[in-house]
Design a protein around this ligand. Structure first.
Ligand code: PMP
Length: 391
């Protein structure tokens, strides 16, 4: 039977970029120990206190259909958090609770792109971006950045690429590069969106993981509130990846329309999950800092391990749970290096190419295992790269 073009075209027909990951999983299944530095998931689980809140909610009966836009209490908590952090007045009407940031990314593109519209994103990019745009019926278009601008888009590229398009998707702190956009980049993004009259979709799921400088939400820049949809999530900030709870924050009119989409797709998020998220947010910043602390520590370990050699160079990681390593001195592609490292050292990292053409010759390392094992794996990676570069 014929399937729709929309569904058969989601991955664009190419590799999904996860080959090294699958190969590592096959090796593990065969009993070969592999150190996995691939996926963006904490090495801790959701805290017992949050799970207790979830359990209390479920056993007290919050297991029926929940309100489609989200519970009023959680919408208010998310709005208060955003208002406090950005200074932009935000109420429950600006918030839709979604099953994770991924569903929010999809809903945001559905909201602002008509079929055939062009939706821009920045390369390197989080693996689902082009597929999400295609799934929403739009046409993905990348702004390819370069290592010499620390993978931040230039003002000229932003202006040029956003002419006549429906939306621009940005992500800071960034996955895969760990880069946090500076004031200049954020101002250039705002200028391009205003000049070319398009929507900004701002993926801020790593907003609690900032190691240098601080996170600035582009929604807070002059003229941006009315044209920005912010994507947020409890996945990274509270180690709640499996709970699937996130949000979209935007103008009340846009949110009320996106609620119609939620009614006809997800029909909301489980009430006990929302209550657990609400409880978690009400614990304040200290809990978020505790969840982020291991990545801050391991990022410092990374910088120490890389000092004193120049074969493996880090893209300056200012945020998120990853570090992007430049391996071009080995003369290999990121893909060839990641495969060779897996075969020789049984260490799995993601080839930069999995995140777009801009990250060729790089690998992304997820800092998601215990400190001593992490440091050991990193030292072995550096030694392996040095050997290759010397050949
Ligand atoms: N955006 C980025 C940049 C991500 O890295 C991820 C998950 N790895 C997501 C969105 C989606 O996260 P979730 O659906 O778990 O909230």
């Amino acid at each position: 039977m014929k399937l729709s073009h929309r569904i058969t075209n989601i991955t664009g027909g190419g590799s999904d970029g996860w080959d090294v990951f699958y190969k590592a999983r096959r090796m593990i299944a065969e009993g070969i120990p592999v150190t996995e530095l691939t996926i963006g998931e904490h090495d801790i689980r959701t805290s017992p206190a949050i799970l207790e809140a979830m359990n209390r909610s479920a056993t007290s009966g919050h297991t029926g259909y929940a309100m489609v836009p989200g519970t009023l209490s959680l919408r208010k908590s998310v709005a208060a958090r955003i208002a406090a952090r950005t200074g932009v007045p935000t109420t429950a009407e600006n918030i839709l609770i979604t099953p994770g940031g991924q569903a929010a990314l999809f809903a945001a593109h559905m909201a602002v792109c008509d079929p055939g519209d062009t939706a821009v994103y920045i390369d390197p990019y989080y693996a689902t971006y082009p597929g999400t745009i295609r799934g929403a019926g739009a046409v993905p278009k990348a702004i390819v950045t370069t290592p010499d601008t620390a993978f931040q888009p230039t003002s000229a590229a932003l202006q040029e690429a956003t002419k006549g398009v429906a939306s621009l998707l940005v992500n800071t702190p960034n996955n895969p590069t760990g880069v946090v956009y500076g004031q200049e980049t954020l101002a250039a993004i705002a200028r391009a969106c205003i000049a070319n009259d398009l929507w900004l979709i701002s993926d801020e799921v790593y907003d609690t993981q900032v190691w240098e400088g601080h996170h600035v939400s582009p929604r807070s820049l002059p003229g941006m509130e009315e044209r920005t949809l912010v994507v947020g999530s409890m996945s990274k900030s509270h180690a709640m990846t499996g709970s699937r709870v996130g949000w979209i924050c935007g103008p009340a009119e846009a949110i009320s329309r996106i609620i119609n989409l939620a009614t006809h797709t997800t029909y909301g998020v489980a009430g006990f999950i929302q209550d657990a998220a609400d409880f978690a947010l009400k614990q304040g910043d200290a809990v978020e800092e505790e969840v982020a602390a291991p990545f801050r520590r391991r990022r410092a370990l990374t910088m120490q391990a890389l000092a004193g050699q120049n074969v493996v160079r880090a893209v300056p990681a200012q945020g998120a749970m990853y570090v992007m390593l430049d391996l071009r001195a080995t003369g290999m592609s990121g893909d060839a290096f990641a495969n060779a490292l897996l075969d020789a050292e049984h260490i799995a990292v993601m080839p930069g190419e999995s995140f777009g053409a801009a990250a060729a010759g790089h690998v992304r390392v997820a800092m998601t295992i215990a400190d001593d094992q992490y440091l050991d794996a990193l030292n072995r990676l550096i030694a392996f790269a040095s050997e290759l570069a010397a050949q």
